[in-house]
Design a protein around this ligand. Structure first.
Ligand code: PLP
Length: 358
């Protein structure tokens, strides 16, 4: 029996997608082979690869002057690749709103001046800090944010106005959750395993003019965006099966009304859960209301033992992966696109019952 999986990532995938993948597992189309067994240079795979790129472009309405790259190494490798490729003048601005944003900031320090514009560390990242524009570096190479904070459950509901400085956004846990205006960004990156597919591939959407020729430098070939761009992300073997799965997820999104429909679906789920928390005397959400995430809903009872009991009983009742990140504890329900409304409603009902009994 499948459970309601609230994992932050790798996370729940649409059941229809898993069934489709299962039906094609032994033989994809009439190719006589599984996608996993196919050459990445084959005609069959090319259709999958280019199809995934075209679908992402369509679903996210990505303008023509942006390139879509498939890279391995997770979001973590982007913490390195971004400063390595984008720092020309050697300075960039950072807002530190959680662990991932913090890592992006500290990795960038290896490559140049990484200015801390604001942080919400003082209150365990429970809010998105106000940004003082006079602190922005006017000639920075880029301005980095982590748009949705997977661990702490906060989100930037409006983007920093960086003027001519390219905005770089870690969208690992919010990509495809709602429509975005890609033209406001210089670079968007997201590992697949939250809201897009299985782990193994990270998607980078980069404005063409930010792709630099680094062939005369000592920078590792595999860390240069230009290599991926020139080779359509086929310089070496890409994570073919992950890309195939992302394509199926994108087809599912398109069939279900695209990103506007995803947004409405996600807002409905988030409202059910936040209302359940706000109407409870036992559970509370530690995040400043206006900064609450649409994807990762954190909550606590205030008592560690009771949190543990809740997580254990929830698991028995078929709600799994509700423990908060190991660094913060408490509970976290990740409610990505593939989580059905019924799953969230059932969790809210379970929380109510638990409160009555404890
Ligand atoms: C999960 C996550 C990461 C880390 O991703 P890896 O693929 O494990 O490197 C980084 N940023 C955000 C926002 C995430 O949610």
């Amino acid at each position: 029996m499948r459970v309601y999986n609230f994992s932050a990532g790798p996370a729940v995938l649409p059941e229809e997608v898993l069934k489709k993948a299962a039906s094609e597992l032994l033989e994809y189309g009439d190719s006589g082979q599984s996608v996993m067994e196919m050459s990445h240079r084959s005609k069959e795979y090319e259709v999958i690869h280019d199809g995934c790129i075209a679908l992402l472009r369509e679903v996210m309405a990505i303008p023509d002057n942006y390139k879509i790259l498939f890279i391995q190494g997770g979001a973590h490798m982007q913490f390195e690749m971004i400063p390595l490729n984008l720092m020309q003048k050697g300075k960039a601005d950072f807002v530190v709103t959680g662990q991932w944003a913090g890592k992006a900031h500290s990795e960038a320090k290896k490559y140049g001046e990484a200015n801390l514009i604001a942080s919400s560390k003082d209150k365990t990242f429970s809010y998105i800090p106000e940004l003082d524009k006079s602190k922005f570096t006017p000639d920075a190479d880029y301005f980095h944010i982590c748009e949705n904070n997977t661990i702490f459950g906060t989100k930037f509901w409006s983007l920093p106005e960086t003027g001519g400085v390219p905005l770089v956004s870690d969208m690992s846990s919010c990509i495809l959750s709602e429509p975005v205006d890609v033209s406001k960004y210089g670079l968007i990156y997201a590992c697949a395993q939250k809201n897009m597919g299985p782990s193994g591939v990270t998607i980078v959407i980069i404005r063409e003019d930010l792709i630099r020729d680094l062939s005369e430098t000592k920078f590792p070939t595999m860390l240069q965006y230009k290599i991926y761009d020139e080779n359509n992300s086929l310089y070496n073997t890409p994570p073919t099966y992950s890309i195939y799965m992302c394509k199926l997820v994108l087809e599912w999104i398109k069939e279900n009304g695209g990103l506007a429909a995803m947004k409405a679906h996600n807002e409905k789920k988030a409202a059910i859960l936040y209302n359940a928390i706000d109407n409870s005397k036992m559970f509370s959400n530690p995040v400043v209301k206006k900064d609450r995430s649409l994807m990762n809903v954190t909550f606590v009872t205030g008592k560690e033992d009771l949190d543990k009991k809740f997580i254990a009983e929830a698991k028995k009742a078929g709600f799994v992966n509700l423990a908060g990140h190991r660094s913060v504890g408490g509970m976290r329900a990740s409610i990505y696109n593939a989580m059905p409304v019924e799953g969230v409603q059932a969790l809210a009902d379970f929380m109510k019952k638990f409160e009555e009994e404890n």
